[in-house]
Design a protein around this ligand. Structure first.
Ligand SMILES: C[S@@+](CC[C@H](N)C(=O)[O-])C[C@H]1O[C@@H](n2cnc3c(N)ncnc32)[C@H](O)[C@@H]1O
Length: 446
Protein backbone atom coordinates (compact mmCIF):
# COMPACT_ATOMS: atom_id res chain seq x y z
CA UNK A 1 0.00 0.00 0.00
CA UNK A 2 1.35 3.38 -0.91
CA UNK A 3 1.02 6.62 1.02
CA UNK A 4 -1.61 8.64 -0.75
CA UNK A 5 -3.14 5.67 -2.51
CA UNK A 6 -6.51 6.25 -0.85
CA UNK A 7 -9.00 8.75 -2.23
CA UNK A 8 -8.41 12.23 -0.89
CA UNK A 9 -10.75 13.68 1.66
CA UNK A 10 -12.27 16.99 0.75
CA UNK A 11 -11.09 19.91 2.80
CA UNK A 12 -12.89 22.92 4.11
CA UNK A 13 -9.84 25.15 3.94
CA UNK A 14 -8.05 24.06 0.84
CA UNK A 15 -8.89 23.04 -2.66
CA UNK A 16 -10.03 19.49 -3.09
CA UNK A 17 -7.49 17.60 -5.15
CA UNK A 18 -7.32 14.17 -6.61
CA UNK A 19 -3.84 12.79 -6.22
CA UNK A 20 -4.49 9.32 -7.53
CA UNK A 21 -4.84 10.10 -11.21
CA UNK A 22 -2.47 13.03 -11.37
CA UNK A 23 1.29 12.65 -11.22
CA UNK A 24 1.40 14.20 -9.38
CA UNK A 25 -1.51 33.57 -1.99
CA UNK A 26 2.12 40.29 -0.30
CA UNK A 27 2.51 41.34 2.96
CA UNK A 28 4.87 43.72 4.64
CA UNK A 29 7.03 42.42 7.42
CA UNK A 30 9.42 44.32 9.58
CA UNK A 31 12.17 43.58 12.00
CA UNK A 32 14.17 45.65 14.40
CA UNK A 33 17.76 46.25 13.44
CA UNK A 34 18.68 44.21 16.47
CA UNK A 35 20.64 47.04 18.05
CA UNK A 36 19.65 49.70 20.57
CA UNK A 37 16.62 49.69 22.85
CA UNK A 38 13.27 48.23 21.94
CA UNK A 39 10.83 50.81 20.63
CA UNK A 40 8.45 52.34 23.16
CA UNK A 41 5.66 51.44 20.73
CA UNK A 42 7.06 47.94 20.38
CA UNK A 43 3.65 46.35 20.03
CA UNK A 44 3.34 47.99 16.60
CA UNK A 45 6.01 45.71 15.31
CA UNK A 46 6.15 42.05 14.60
CA UNK A 47 9.36 40.96 16.19
CA UNK A 48 10.75 37.60 15.38
CA UNK A 49 11.59 36.21 18.78
CA UNK A 50 13.39 33.20 17.37
CA UNK A 51 15.65 35.41 15.32
CA UNK A 52 16.33 37.69 18.24
CA UNK A 53 17.15 34.90 20.65
CA UNK A 54 19.16 32.80 18.28
CA UNK A 55 22.84 32.81 19.09
CA UNK A 56 23.41 32.89 15.37
CA UNK A 57 21.20 35.90 14.71
CA UNK A 58 24.31 38.05 14.25
CA UNK A 59 24.73 36.18 10.98
CA UNK A 60 21.54 37.83 9.73
CA UNK A 61 23.37 41.03 9.06
CA UNK A 62 26.59 39.48 7.90
CA UNK A 63 27.68 40.71 4.44
CA UNK A 64 28.10 37.10 3.36
CA UNK A 65 24.41 36.44 3.78
CA UNK A 66 22.90 39.75 2.73
CA UNK A 67 25.38 40.76 0.05
CA UNK A 68 23.41 42.43 -2.73
CA UNK A 69 20.09 42.05 -0.95
CA UNK A 70 17.79 44.80 -2.20
CA UNK A 71 16.58 45.99 1.19
CA UNK A 72 14.20 48.89 0.95
CA UNK A 73 15.24 51.99 2.80
CA UNK A 74 11.68 52.62 3.99
CA UNK A 75 11.26 52.72 7.70
CA UNK A 76 8.39 52.05 10.03
CA UNK A 77 8.61 53.85 13.36
CA UNK A 78 12.35 54.24 12.88
CA UNK A 79 12.97 50.60 12.07
CA UNK A 80 13.95 49.35 8.62
CA UNK A 81 11.15 47.68 6.68
CA UNK A 82 11.40 45.43 3.70
CA UNK A 83 9.27 43.22 1.49
CA UNK A 84 8.27 39.91 2.94
CA UNK A 85 9.35 37.89 -0.10
CA UNK A 86 12.78 39.50 -0.20
CA UNK A 87 13.14 38.91 3.48
CA UNK A 88 12.28 35.24 3.20
CA UNK A 89 14.88 34.69 0.50
CA UNK A 90 17.33 35.16 3.30
CA UNK A 91 16.55 33.02 6.28
CA UNK A 92 14.52 34.91 8.85
CA UNK A 93 16.24 33.01 11.56
CA UNK A 94 18.80 30.33 11.14
CA UNK A 95 17.53 27.17 12.70
CA UNK A 96 19.09 27.04 16.12
CA UNK A 97 21.59 24.22 16.50
CA UNK A 98 21.42 22.03 19.56
CA UNK A 99 24.48 20.15 20.79
CA UNK A 100 24.44 16.99 22.89
CA UNK A 101 26.96 18.54 25.26
CA UNK A 102 24.30 21.13 26.27
CA UNK A 103 21.68 18.59 27.35
CA UNK A 104 20.36 19.36 30.84
CA UNK A 105 20.11 16.51 33.33
CA UNK A 106 19.74 18.20 36.74
CA UNK A 107 15.98 17.52 37.00
CA UNK A 108 16.58 13.89 36.15
CA UNK A 109 19.35 13.52 38.73
CA UNK A 110 17.02 15.04 41.32
CA UNK A 111 14.12 12.75 40.46
CA UNK A 112 16.36 9.68 40.43
CA UNK A 113 17.65 10.53 43.89
CA UNK A 114 14.13 10.20 45.35
CA UNK A 115 13.68 7.12 47.51
CA UNK A 116 10.86 5.17 49.17
CA UNK A 117 7.22 6.22 48.99
CA UNK A 118 8.05 9.61 47.44
CA UNK A 119 9.69 7.89 44.44
CA UNK A 120 6.49 5.89 43.86
CA UNK A 121 4.05 8.75 44.51
CA UNK A 122 1.31 8.86 41.84
CA UNK A 123 1.55 12.68 41.67
CA UNK A 124 4.95 12.31 40.01
CA UNK A 125 2.93 11.66 36.89
CA UNK A 126 1.87 15.33 36.89
CA UNK A 127 5.52 16.40 37.09
CA UNK A 128 6.38 14.16 34.15
CA UNK A 129 3.51 15.49 32.05
CA UNK A 130 4.40 19.09 32.96
CA UNK A 131 8.05 18.50 32.01
CA UNK A 132 6.95 17.28 28.59
CA UNK A 133 4.76 20.37 28.14
CA UNK A 134 7.56 22.69 29.21
CA UNK A 135 10.20 21.10 26.99
CA UNK A 136 7.99 21.18 23.90
CA UNK A 137 6.25 24.54 24.40
CA UNK A 138 8.21 26.25 21.61
CA UNK A 139 7.98 23.59 18.92
CA UNK A 140 4.48 22.18 19.34
CA UNK A 141 2.54 24.93 21.15
CA UNK A 142 -0.81 23.76 19.78
CA UNK A 143 -0.34 20.03 20.28
CA UNK A 144 -2.67 18.18 22.64
CA UNK A 145 -0.98 17.24 25.93
CA UNK A 146 0.67 13.84 26.30
CA UNK A 147 -0.83 11.68 29.04
CA UNK A 148 1.06 9.17 31.21
CA UNK A 149 -1.03 6.10 32.09
CA UNK A 150 -0.37 2.96 34.04
CA UNK A 151 -3.11 0.41 34.79
CA UNK A 152 -0.61 -2.43 35.09
CA UNK A 153 1.54 -1.73 38.18
CA UNK A 154 2.62 1.02 40.60
CA UNK A 155 5.39 2.62 38.55
CA UNK A 156 4.13 6.22 38.43
CA UNK A 157 6.03 7.30 35.31
CA UNK A 158 8.48 6.01 32.75
CA UNK A 159 12.06 6.24 34.06
CA UNK A 160 13.59 9.72 34.47
CA UNK A 161 16.55 8.67 32.36
CA UNK A 162 16.22 10.90 29.31
CA UNK A 163 15.62 14.55 28.45
CA UNK A 164 12.23 15.01 26.76
CA UNK A 165 12.71 16.89 23.51
CA UNK A 166 11.45 17.14 19.92
CA UNK A 167 14.77 18.52 18.73
CA UNK A 168 17.82 16.91 17.20
CA UNK A 169 20.89 17.28 19.42
CA UNK A 170 24.14 17.12 17.45
CA UNK A 171 26.84 14.85 18.82
CA UNK A 172 30.56 15.31 18.46
CA UNK A 173 31.73 15.20 14.83
CA UNK A 174 28.25 15.69 13.38
CA UNK A 175 28.08 18.78 11.18
CA UNK A 176 25.53 21.50 11.95
CA UNK A 177 22.54 21.70 9.58
CA UNK A 178 23.72 22.64 6.11
CA UNK A 179 22.03 25.98 5.53
CA UNK A 180 24.24 27.02 2.59
CA UNK A 181 22.72 24.33 0.39
CA UNK A 182 19.18 24.95 1.55
CA UNK A 183 17.07 26.15 -1.36
CA UNK A 184 13.62 27.66 -1.05
CA UNK A 185 10.65 28.37 -3.30
CA UNK A 186 9.40 31.79 -4.38
CA UNK A 187 5.76 30.95 -3.71
CA UNK A 188 3.28 33.06 -1.78
CA UNK A 189 0.52 31.54 0.32
CA UNK A 190 0.25 27.75 0.31
CA UNK A 191 2.32 25.53 -1.97
CA UNK A 192 0.65 22.78 -3.99
CA UNK A 193 2.40 19.45 -4.34
CA UNK A 194 1.37 19.26 -8.04
CA UNK A 195 2.77 22.68 -8.94
CA UNK A 196 5.28 22.93 -11.75
CA UNK A 197 6.43 26.36 -10.51
CA UNK A 198 7.06 25.75 -6.81
CA UNK A 199 10.76 24.78 -6.52
CA UNK A 200 10.04 22.57 -3.49
CA UNK A 201 7.14 20.75 -5.19
CA UNK A 202 9.24 20.23 -8.33
CA UNK A 203 12.10 18.79 -6.27
CA UNK A 204 9.67 16.46 -4.51
CA UNK A 205 8.24 15.31 -7.84
CA UNK A 206 11.74 14.71 -9.24
CA UNK A 207 12.77 12.37 -6.43
CA UNK A 208 9.72 10.26 -7.20
CA UNK A 209 10.31 10.34 -10.96
CA UNK A 210 7.25 12.54 -11.46
CA UNK A 211 4.91 10.55 -9.23
CA UNK A 212 3.00 12.38 -6.48
CA UNK A 213 5.18 13.31 -3.52
CA UNK A 214 4.80 15.61 -0.54
CA UNK A 215 1.40 16.05 1.10
CA UNK A 216 -2.20 16.64 0.14
CA UNK A 217 -4.04 19.61 1.74
CA UNK A 218 -5.10 17.36 4.62
CA UNK A 219 -1.50 16.58 5.52
CA UNK A 220 -1.65 13.09 4.04
CA UNK A 221 1.75 11.79 2.92
CA UNK A 222 1.68 11.01 -0.79
CA UNK A 223 4.74 8.76 -1.17
CA UNK A 224 7.50 7.00 0.70
CA UNK A 225 9.58 10.14 0.31
CA UNK A 226 11.99 11.66 0.80
CA UNK A 227 9.92 14.82 1.18
CA UNK A 228 11.58 18.22 1.06
CA UNK A 229 9.34 20.48 3.12
CA UNK A 230 9.31 24.23 2.55
CA UNK A 231 11.94 25.82 4.73
CA UNK A 232 13.33 29.07 6.14
CA UNK A 233 14.37 30.16 2.65
CA UNK A 234 10.87 29.84 1.14
CA UNK A 235 8.46 32.67 0.44
CA UNK A 236 5.29 30.72 1.30
CA UNK A 237 3.17 30.95 4.43
CA UNK A 238 3.99 29.22 7.69
CA UNK A 239 0.89 27.05 7.24
CA UNK A 240 1.71 26.05 3.67
CA UNK A 241 0.60 22.50 2.76
CA UNK A 242 4.24 21.50 2.31
CA UNK A 243 5.02 22.11 6.01
CA UNK A 244 3.58 19.18 7.93
CA UNK A 245 6.34 17.70 10.07
CA UNK A 246 7.68 21.13 11.05
CA UNK A 247 4.23 22.11 12.38
CA UNK A 248 4.47 19.41 15.02
CA UNK A 249 2.21 16.79 16.50
CA UNK A 250 -1.56 17.05 15.98
CA UNK A 251 -2.84 13.87 17.62
CA UNK A 252 -3.22 13.21 21.32
CA UNK A 253 -1.30 10.21 22.51
CA UNK A 254 -0.51 8.49 25.78
CA UNK A 255 2.68 6.94 27.09
CA UNK A 256 1.19 3.87 28.70
CA UNK A 257 2.57 0.84 30.50
CA UNK A 258 2.02 -2.49 28.74
CA UNK A 259 1.93 -5.90 30.36
CA UNK A 260 4.91 -7.48 28.60
CA UNK A 261 6.78 -4.79 26.64
CA UNK A 262 7.50 -2.06 29.18
CA UNK A 263 6.08 1.36 28.28
CA UNK A 264 4.42 1.89 24.91
CA UNK A 265 2.57 4.51 22.87
CA UNK A 266 -1.22 4.50 22.52
CA UNK A 267 -3.52 6.59 20.41
CA UNK A 268 -5.79 8.99 22.34
CA UNK A 269 -9.47 9.63 21.79
CA UNK A 270 -9.40 10.42 18.08
CA UNK A 271 -9.05 8.20 15.07
CA UNK A 272 -5.83 8.73 13.08
CA UNK A 273 -6.34 8.26 9.33
CA UNK A 274 -3.57 6.56 7.40
CA UNK A 275 -0.43 8.38 6.28
CA UNK A 276 -0.72 11.13 8.88
CA UNK A 277 2.21 12.59 10.78
CA UNK A 278 2.54 11.32 14.34
CA UNK A 279 5.94 12.58 15.54
CA UNK A 280 9.65 12.65 14.75
CA UNK A 281 12.08 10.16 16.15
CA UNK A 282 14.06 12.86 17.99
CA UNK A 283 17.19 12.59 20.06
CA UNK A 284 20.92 12.83 19.56
CA UNK A 285 22.29 12.57 16.05
CA UNK A 286 25.57 10.69 16.21
CA UNK A 287 28.34 9.48 13.96
CA UNK A 288 28.36 5.79 13.21
CA UNK A 289 31.55 5.41 15.29
CA UNK A 290 29.99 6.90 18.42
CA UNK A 291 26.80 4.89 17.90
CA UNK A 292 28.83 1.70 17.66
CA UNK A 293 30.54 2.44 21.00
CA UNK A 294 27.22 3.12 22.67
CA UNK A 295 25.64 0.08 21.03
CA UNK A 296 27.95 -2.24 22.93
CA UNK A 297 26.60 -0.88 26.21
CA UNK A 298 23.04 -1.04 25.01
CA UNK A 299 23.56 -4.65 23.96
CA UNK A 300 24.70 -5.48 27.45
CA UNK A 301 21.57 -3.81 28.86
CA UNK A 302 19.39 -5.63 26.31
CA UNK A 303 17.62 -2.46 25.16
CA UNK A 304 18.36 -0.06 22.37
CA UNK A 305 17.15 3.32 21.14
CA UNK A 306 19.71 3.62 18.30
CA UNK A 307 18.23 4.15 14.87
CA UNK A 308 20.31 4.13 11.69
CA UNK A 309 19.52 6.78 9.08
CA UNK A 310 19.93 4.28 6.28
CA UNK A 311 17.13 5.05 3.86
CA UNK A 312 17.76 3.83 0.36
CA UNK A 313 17.77 7.41 -0.93
CA UNK A 314 20.31 8.53 1.68
CA UNK A 315 22.59 5.59 1.00
CA UNK A 316 22.58 6.22 -2.74
CA UNK A 317 23.92 9.73 -2.22
CA UNK A 318 26.51 9.00 0.46
CA UNK A 319 30.05 9.93 -0.54
CA UNK A 320 32.77 7.41 0.30
CA UNK A 321 34.11 9.42 3.25
CA UNK A 322 30.67 10.15 4.70
CA UNK A 323 29.50 8.51 7.88
CA UNK A 324 26.15 6.92 8.43
CA UNK A 325 24.37 9.06 10.95
CA UNK A 326 22.47 7.41 13.73
CA UNK A 327 19.73 8.79 15.98
CA UNK A 328 20.05 7.79 19.63
CA UNK A 329 16.94 8.41 21.73
CA UNK A 330 18.44 6.94 24.90
CA UNK A 331 19.58 10.19 26.63
CA UNK A 332 17.24 12.55 24.77
CA UNK A 333 14.06 11.92 22.84
CA UNK A 334 10.30 12.24 22.80
CA UNK A 335 7.37 9.85 23.06
CA UNK A 336 8.46 8.01 19.90
CA UNK A 337 11.29 6.37 21.88
CA UNK A 338 8.55 4.31 23.55
CA UNK A 339 7.14 2.94 20.30
CA UNK A 340 7.24 -0.82 20.57
CA UNK A 341 7.80 -3.35 17.81
CA UNK A 342 4.99 -5.16 16.04
CA UNK A 343 5.09 -7.78 13.31
CA UNK A 344 1.85 -6.14 12.07
CA UNK A 345 2.80 -2.44 12.43
CA UNK A 346 0.47 0.54 12.04
CA UNK A 347 3.15 3.20 11.54
CA UNK A 348 6.48 3.61 9.75
CA UNK A 349 9.39 6.02 9.57
CA UNK A 350 9.91 8.23 6.51
CA UNK A 351 12.78 10.58 5.57
CA UNK A 352 11.62 14.21 5.73
CA UNK A 353 13.82 17.29 5.28
CA UNK A 354 12.78 20.54 6.95
CA UNK A 355 15.71 22.95 7.45
CA UNK A 356 18.57 20.72 6.41
CA UNK A 357 20.46 21.04 3.11
CA UNK A 358 22.51 17.86 3.60
CA UNK A 359 21.27 14.75 1.80
CA UNK A 360 22.45 12.65 4.70
CA UNK A 361 20.40 14.04 7.57
CA UNK A 362 16.67 13.76 7.02
CA UNK A 363 14.41 13.71 10.04
CA UNK A 364 13.00 10.28 10.84
CA UNK A 365 9.30 11.08 10.78
CA UNK A 366 6.71 8.60 12.05
CA UNK A 367 3.52 8.41 9.96
CA UNK A 368 0.55 6.10 10.34
CA UNK A 369 0.33 3.48 7.58
CA UNK A 370 -3.19 2.30 8.54
CA UNK A 371 -6.21 3.91 10.13
CA UNK A 372 -5.43 3.83 13.85
CA UNK A 373 -8.38 3.41 16.17
CA UNK A 374 -8.82 5.36 19.44
CA UNK A 375 -6.77 3.78 22.27
CA UNK A 376 -4.97 1.42 19.88
CA UNK A 377 -1.27 0.84 20.49
CA UNK A 378 1.00 2.51 17.91
CA UNK A 379 3.92 0.33 16.82
CA UNK A 380 6.41 0.06 13.99
CA UNK A 381 8.50 -2.85 12.76
CA UNK A 382 12.01 -2.72 14.24
CA UNK A 383 13.44 -4.79 11.43
CA UNK A 384 12.01 -2.55 8.73
CA UNK A 385 9.83 -5.36 7.37
CA UNK A 386 6.69 -4.07 5.74
CA UNK A 387 4.18 -5.80 3.53
CA UNK A 388 4.79 -4.99 -0.12
CA UNK A 389 8.47 -4.02 0.28
CA UNK A 390 10.74 -5.49 -2.35
CA UNK A 391 11.42 -8.72 -0.47
CA UNK A 392 8.90 -8.38 2.36
CA UNK A 393 11.88 -8.50 4.70
CA UNK A 394 12.36 -12.17 4.15
CA UNK A 395 16.08 -12.77 3.97
CA UNK A 396 17.93 -15.66 2.41
CA UNK A 397 18.07 -18.16 5.33
CA UNK A 398 21.64 -19.36 4.52
CA UNK A 399 22.95 -15.80 4.35
CA UNK A 400 21.15 -14.96 7.56
CA UNK A 401 22.67 -17.93 9.37
CA UNK A 402 26.16 -16.92 8.24
CA UNK A 403 25.55 -13.32 9.33
CA UNK A 404 24.33 -14.51 12.71
CA UNK A 405 27.45 -16.60 13.27
CA UNK A 406 29.69 -13.67 12.44
CA UNK A 407 27.79 -11.17 14.50
CA UNK A 408 26.71 -13.42 17.35
CA UNK A 409 27.86 -10.89 19.94
CA UNK A 410 26.25 -7.99 18.16
CA UNK A 411 22.73 -9.28 17.89
CA UNK A 412 20.15 -9.27 20.64
CA UNK A 413 17.21 -11.61 20.37
CA UNK A 414 14.05 -11.16 22.35
CA UNK A 415 10.78 -12.98 22.50
CA UNK A 416 8.32 -10.88 20.58
CA UNK A 417 5.22 -10.00 22.58
CA UNK A 418 3.39 -8.07 19.88
CA UNK A 419 0.50 -10.54 19.80
CA UNK A 420 -0.09 -10.10 16.05
CA UNK A 421 -1.51 -13.03 14.10
CA UNK A 422 1.61 -13.00 11.87
CA UNK A 423 4.08 -12.66 14.77
CA UNK A 424 7.45 -14.20 13.93
CA UNK A 425 8.12 -14.97 17.60
CA UNK A 426 11.36 -13.00 17.98
CA UNK A 427 12.69 -9.48 17.61
CA UNK A 428 16.34 -9.03 16.88
CA UNK A 429 18.47 -5.90 16.98
CA UNK A 430 21.32 -6.25 14.54
CA UNK A 431 24.42 -4.46 15.90
CA UNK A 432 22.11 -3.02 18.51
CA UNK A 433 20.40 -0.81 15.93
CA UNK A 434 16.84 -0.48 14.91
CA UNK A 435 16.70 -0.37 11.16
CA UNK A 436 14.59 1.64 8.81
CA UNK A 437 15.23 -0.86 6.15
CA UNK A 438 18.26 -2.18 4.37
CA UNK A 439 16.05 -3.17 1.53
CA UNK A 440 14.97 -1.14 -1.42
CA UNK A 441 12.41 1.29 -0.21
CA UNK A 442 10.65 3.20 -2.89
CA UNK A 443 7.18 4.51 -3.27
CA UNK A 444 6.22 1.95 -5.91
CA UNK A 445 7.34 -0.90 -3.67
CA UNK A 446 4.88 -0.13 -0.92
C1 LIG B 1 12.82 1.32 21.83
S1 LIG B 1 12.36 0.49 23.29
C2 LIG B 1 10.63 0.68 23.31
C3 LIG B 1 10.11 1.25 24.62
C4 LIG B 1 10.21 0.30 25.77
N1 LIG B 1 9.04 -0.56 25.81
C5 LIG B 1 10.41 1.01 27.11
O1 LIG B 1 9.68 0.75 28.07
O2 LIG B 1 11.32 1.87 27.17
C6 LIG B 1 12.62 -1.18 22.79
C7 LIG B 1 12.42 -2.20 23.87
O3 LIG B 1 11.01 -2.38 24.14
C8 LIG B 1 10.73 -3.76 24.35
N2 LIG B 1 9.86 -4.22 23.25
C9 LIG B 1 9.45 -3.48 22.19
N3 LIG B 1 8.63 -4.20 21.40
C10 LIG B 1 8.55 -5.43 21.93
C11 LIG B 1 7.87 -6.62 21.56
N4 LIG B 1 7.10 -6.69 20.49
N5 LIG B 1 8.01 -7.68 22.35
C12 LIG B 1 8.79 -7.64 23.46
N6 LIG B 1 9.45 -6.55 23.88
C13 LIG B 1 9.33 -5.45 23.14
C14 LIG B 1 12.06 -4.47 24.29
O4 LIG B 1 12.55 -4.54 25.60
C15 LIG B 1 12.91 -3.55 23.47
O5 LIG B 1 14.28 -3.71 23.76
Amino acid sequence: MSPGSEENESTASGPSTSTRSSRRSSRLSKISSGTGSPPSDGNLFEHDDAAQKSPQSSRETSPEVFAGTPFTTATLGGFPAFQFATYRKNPKSYPKVYHSSDLQTSLHDQMNSLRGPIAAHPDLRDVYEATILQNTADDEPNAPPIAIRNDIDDEPTPPWNFYYTNKMWHGEGVPDPDIKNLKGCECKGKCNSKSKKCACAVKNQQVQDGAPNGYDPNGMLLSAGPVFECNSMCGCDEDCYNRVVQQGRKYDIAIQKTRHKGWGIFNGKTHIPKFRFIGIYSGEILTDKEAHKRGLYYNAAGITYLFDIDFYWVKERRKPHESVYVVDAFHAGNFTRFLNHSCDPNCRLYPIFTNEGSDQKPLLAVFSIKDIQPREEICFNYQGNYPGDEDDGLENPAEEEEKEKNNADDVIYKKCQCGAANCTGTISFDLSRLSITERLFRCQDL
